[in-house]
Design a protein around this ligand. Structure first.
Ligand code: FNR
Length: 376
């Protein structure tokens, strides 16, 4: 199968993954409207074509949080993406490192922080959810520090898990949650994933201490609902700012006033995101939310954005709207499912080429020159 675009990776992933896993990644909340408008609003952003301005030297490199990157892209946190390929997160992190971009490990990953950091020559980013047990969070921060995590991505748009109908049908959530049985059945030869991390089938690598003997996947979404803390407020985040002295990125901002609160807290960055349309359906797409947020906080912190990015052209579009860097979600998870770490490398290569074309035809040679002036 020819893998020329993120659509191809998605199709290849659909062929390879069992339905529950494909639907878990592919799906969104409620009627999936926001999930779709993330993509369609981006696609509708028209750029200004400019010609005959020497675009022979296009430089995609940038610096984010003090680190030089080959392009303004990071792999964002995707929970249990480690199931898409054997030692999945470790493979994806290595591919990101080799391509010169950061990899963000989710709290709810299959491979543990220690494993992924060890397998990756450059420092990774780590995403933390608000877990009720603050001792657990402090532990996670200490582990992140110990393995040299560069930046902490603190996700705030999941005080409660979204209503995802596909998950209920497939067994990712709900009363019967047959997922555990499915996972065990997946131990059969021929399947791509690893059953047996730390001697338990598909345990969540970072959560061993809170889960005890349970794998946590019996009712994955149920577990999230029971352990995430919806009581957290901006005022409570001071301790986090104190507890983590490296770059702190607040993920899940969709409102300019929340962006200002993040700046006031002393966050180094935000991710403008609606979690890929997986939380509240009907909220603004990232492309529509971003310009007002950029107006409110540009220069005060680093603005990243995600949700709906399917090509290097989309990266350029979000940057034109005010993002300084862009996170990928489904795009890399599907690439990992399609062809393991090599798939992620291929995908990043495709994104870089697509960015170059978009920059050449809008006549910008450096990513720092991408701004609203390239919008038609
Ligand atoms: C996510 N996302 C996510 N975010 C986060 O902070 N922690 C997590 O564990 C996860 N898990 C997760 C699983 C899956 C399957 C998906 C698709 C997404 C959200 C993710 O980081 C990102 O915001 C979205 O994926 C962006 O939307 P697109 O580009 O995938 O449409």
């Amino acid at each position: 199968m020819i893998l020329a675009s993120s659509k191809d990776f998605r199709r290849a992933a659909q062929r390879r993954l069992p339905r529950f896993l494909f639907d878990y990644i592919d799906g969104g909340a409620y009627d999936e409207r926001t999930m779709h408008t993330n993509v369609s609003d981006l696609t509708e952003i028209a750029l200004k074509q400019r010609v005959l301005r020497d675009v022979s030297k296009i430089d995609l490199s940038t610096t984010l949080f003090g680190r030089k990157l080959s392009m303004p892209v990071a792999l964002g946190p995707v929970g249990i993406s480690g199931m898409c390929a054997r030692r999945g997160e470790t493979q994806a992190a290595l591919a990101a490192c080799n391509a010169g971009v950061p990899f963000t490990l989710s709290t709810v990953s299959i491979c543990s922080l220690e494993e992924v950091a060890k397998g990756c020559p450059a420092p990774i980013w780590f995403q933390l959810y608000v877990i009720r047990d603050r001792g657990f969070m402090r532990d996670m921060l200490a582990r992140a520090k110990a393995v040299g995590v560069q930046a902490l991505v603190f996700t705030v748009d999941m005080p409660v898990p979204g209503a995802r109908y596909r998950d209920a049908h497939s067994g990712m959530s709900g009363r019967y949650a047959p997922l555990q049985r499915v996972l065990q059945a997946m131990g059969k030869p021929g399947w791509a994933w690893d059953v047996g991390l730390h001697g338990r089938p598909h345990s969540l690598g970072n959560l061993a201490s809170v889960l005890g003997a349970k794998s946590g996947l019996g009712d994955y979404m149920g577990w999230l609902g029971a352990n995430f803390d919806p009581a957290i407020r901006w005022e409570d985040l001071d301790w986090l700012r104190q507890a983590w002295d490296g770059p702190l990125i607040i993920k899940g901002i969709l409102d300019p006033d929340d962006a200002k609160s993040a700046a006031k807290l002393g966050a180094d960055g935000i991710v403008v995101s609606n979690h890929g349309g997986r939380q509240l359906d009907g909220v603004l797409s990232s492309a529509r939310a971003l310009p007002a947020i950029a107006d409110a906080v540009k220069g005060k912190l680093t603005i990243l954005a995600d949700s709906g990015v399917r090509s290097g052209l989309d990266v350029v579009r979000l940057m034109a709207l005010g993002a300084e860097g862009v996170m990928l979600g489904r795009a890399w998870a599907f690439a990992l499912a399609a062809n393991g770490g090599a798939g992620v490398s291929q995908m990043l290569d495709i994104f870089a080429k697509e960015m170059r074309v978009a920059m050449a035809l809008t006549s910008v040679c450096n990513v720092s020159e991408i701004d609203r002036s390239i919008l038609a």
